[in-house]
Design a protein around this ligand. Structure first.
Ligand SMILES: Nc1ncnc2c1ncn2[C@@H]1O[C@H](COP(=O)(O)OP(=O)(O)OP(=O)(O)O)[C@@H](O)[C@H]1O
Ligand SMILES: [Mg+2]
Length: 490
C-alpha cells in the first residue's frame, strides 16, 4: 500500500520518500491509520518489517507544534536500541523540526538533564534511566499523549515490569498506548492489555514467525568442536557482516579473542563493557570497519544494521523468542539472510521447541570438509591478491624477476597462495565449555517424558543468563570485567 493512502501529512511523506521507502509494509499499512485515529494498538510483525516507523509516523503527525511538554515517550530495552530509535524518529521528523531526545543509563545524567530543559516533544529511553529522571523530577510526563513500548513482550516480562508499571503511573494522562514486537506470547499480551483501553490487536499473518527471507540452518556438533566449525563456516560462507551470539559475557569475550587470534576482524559487546566501548564497537560494525560482531542477547533485539548477511548462534538460545529476535538481525527490509545455529547433542530438544514456535524447520548443515574449507580460504586469498595488485609494486619488480629466473611462475604463485590460505584452525583456540542447557529430551515427544514438554515457554526466561545493565535483579552473567583490544585483520 502507498504511504499517501494512510492519511500522513506532506512533511512526513517527504521524509518517507527521502528514506527511500516506496511502499508501506503490512504492519505500517494496518497500524498507522489506527494509531492516527487515537486507538490503542498492539502490533506484531516479523523482524525487520518497519515497526519503528509504524509507531513513529503517527506520533510525529500528532505532535502539537507549540506544546512545550513531552508529548510522547518510547521505551526501549537496550541503550543501543534507544539511540537507534531516537535517530530514526529524528530523521523522519526533520522537516517538522521535531525535537526528539534520548536518555539511557551509562551516560552522564547531568548532560541529559541540561538537554531535557530544551523541551523535547518525544522522549526515547531505557526504563531504568527514565525512572531515574522521573524520580528526580527532571522529566514530567503529565502532558504525555502517547506511550510506546517497543519490544513490548520484553518490556512487560519480569525483568522490566515493575519499572514499566511505574512509568505508566507517571504517564497517567496518556491518550493512547502502543505495543510493538516481533513476538507476543499470550500471557505477556494479557499483562499488556491491562495498561490499555480496548486495544486493536494487529498480527501480520505470516506462515512463519521468523522473517521469510532468512535461510535457517543448524549444525549438530559437540561443544568442543563448535569453534573450529564456526571458523570454517565463516571462511566458506564469506559473510559480509556477521553477528555471533554467545550465551554469556565470558563466552563473548573468549569468542572475540579467539576470532581475533585467527585473524578475523571481530569485536564484542555485552553488558559489562563501558557504554563508550559498546557504542564505538557498534559504530565500527555499522560502518563495516568491523566484520564480525560477537554479542550476548544485549544485541538480539531491534538493532537494524544493513549488510548483516549471517547470524551464528554459537550457543542455542534457551528461550525460543530470543531465537526469533537474534536471527532477525539479518534478512531485514527485503534483504536475504542466513542463520546457523549450533546444537550440541543434548540440546536437540531446545531446537525442536524453537521450531515449534517459529513453525519452520532448520535445515541441517554439514561442517565444511577440508576441501571446502580450503576452497573458501583460496577464494579469500585470491580476493586479497587482487587488492594487492591494485597498489604500487614497482620496488618489488627486481626481486620478482630474480625469482622468476629461478622458479616457474606457477610454482611461485602456488607458494604464495599456500601461504595466504592457511587453515585458520591451525591456530589453536580454547573456549571454556559452558554448562550445557539442562537436558529436555529429544523434542520428538512433546507431550510428557523426561523434561519433554516445553509449553511453558516463559520458563526459559527465568533461567536465562541475560546481560542487561539495567536489570540488576536478573543479572547473572559470568563477565570478568576484562576489557579487550580490537585488532584488525593483518
Ligand atoms: N516501508 C518501508 N520500506 C522499506 N524499508 C523500510 C520501510 N519501513 C522501514 N524500513 C526500513 O526497514 C528497516 C527495518 O525497520 P525496523 O528496524 O523498524 O524493523 P522492526 O520491524 O522494528 O524490526 P525488529 O523486530 O527487529 O525490531 C529499517 O532500516 C527501516 O528504515
Ligand atoms: Mg524494532
Amino acid at each position: 500500500m502507498k504511504f499517501s493512502e494512510l492519511g500522513l501529512n506532506d512533511a512526513l511523506l517527504k521524509a518517507i520518500k527521502r528514506s527511500g521507502f516506496e511502499e508501506a509494509t503490512p504492519i505500517q499499512a494496518e497500524t498507522i491509520p489506527l494509531a492516527l485515529a487515537g486507538k490503542d494498538v498492539i502490533g506484531q510483525a516479523q523482524t525487520g518489517t518497519g515497526k519503528t516507523a509504524a509507531f513513529g509516523l503517527p506520533i510525529l503527525q500528532q505532535l502539537e507544534k507549540h506544546n512545550k511538554s513531552i508529548q510522547a515517550i518510547v521505551v526501549e530495552p537496550t541503550r543501543e536500541l534507544a539511540i537507534q530509535t531516537q535517530e530514526e524518529l529524528f530523521r523522519l521528523g526533520r522537516d517538522q523540526h521535531a525535537h526528539v531526545q534520548v536518555v539511557y543509563g551509562g551516560a552522564d545524567i547531568g548532560r541529559q538533564i541540561k538537554a531535557l530543559k530544551h523541551a523535547p516533544a518525544i522522549l526515547v529511553g531505557t526504563p531504568g534511566r527514565l525512572l531515574d529522571h522521573l524520580k528526580r523530577k527532571t522529566i514530567d510526563l503529565s502532558g504525555v499523549k502517547t506511550v510506546v513500548l517497543d519490544e513490548a513482550d520484553e518490556m512487560l516480562d519480569m525483568g522490566f515490569i515493575q519499572d514499566i508499571e511505574s512509568i505508566f503511573e507517571y504517564a497517567e494522562n496518556r491518550k493512547h498506548t502502543l505495543l510493538f514486537s516481533a513476538t507476543m506470547p499470550k500471557p505477556i499480551l494479557k499483562i499488556g492489555e491491562k495498561f490499555m483501553h480496548d486495544p486493536e490487536i494487529v498480527r501480520i499473518k505470516a506462515k512463519e514467525l521468523t522473517a521469510d527471507l532468512i535461510d535457517q540452518y543448524f549444525v549438530r556438533a559437540k561443544e568442543a568442536e563448535k569453534f573450529d566449525i564456526m571458523c570454517r563456516l565463516i571462511d566458506v560462507q564469506g559473510p559480509e557482516l556477521a553477528v555471533v551470539f554467545g550465551r554469556t559475557k565470558r563466552r563473548v569475550d573468549e569468542l572475540t579473542h579467539g576470532l581475533q587470534a585467527r585473524g578475523y576482524n571481530a569485536a564484542g559487546i555485552h553488558g559489562d563493557l563501558s557504554q563508550a566501548r559498546r557504542m564505538s564497537v557498534l559504530k565500527r560494525f555499522k560502518s563495516s570497519k568491523l566484520d564480525i560482531l560477537v554479542a550476548t542477547d544485549v544485541a538480539a533485539r531491534g538493532l537494524d544494521i544493513s549488510g548483516v548477511t549471517h547470524v551464528y548462534n554459537y550457543d542455542i538460545p534457551q528461550d525460543p523468542d530470543s531465537y526469533v529476535h537474534r536471527i532477525g538481525r539479518t534478512g531485514r527490509a527485503g534483504q536475504n539472510g542466513i542463520s546457523v545455529t549450533f546444537v550440541t547433542p543434548n540440546e536437540i530438544g531446545y531446537m525442536r521447541t524453537i521450531e515449534q514456535l517459529t513453525k519452520k524447520k532448520m535445515s541441517p548443515l554439514r561442517p565444511p570438509t577440508d576441501d571446502q574449507a580450503l576452497h573458501g580460504q583460496l577464494k579469500i586469498a585470491k580476493a586479497e591478491i587482487e587488492k594487492l595488485l591494485g597498489g604500487d609494486l614497482s620496488k618489488y619488480e627486481e626481486d620478482a624477476n630474480e625469482l622468476l629466473d629461478n622458479y616457474s611462475a606457477v610454482d611461485l604463485v602456488a607458494a604464495f597462495l599456500k601461504n595466504l590460505s592457511k587453515d585458520s584452525t591451525e591456530v589453536k583456540v580454547k573456549i571454556t565449555p559452558e554448562k550445557p542447557l539442562p537436558y529436555k529430551g529429544t523434542g520428538r515427544n512433546h507431550r510428557g517424558g523426561r523434561g519433554g514438554r516445553d509449553n511453558n515457554r516463559r520458563h526459559g526466561r527465568f533461567n536465562r543468563n541475560f546481560d542487561r545493565n539495567e536489570r540488576p535483579r536478573t543479572r547473572r552473567g559470568h563477565g570478568n570485567g576484562h576489557d579487550f583490544v580490537i585488532k584488525n585483520k593483518k
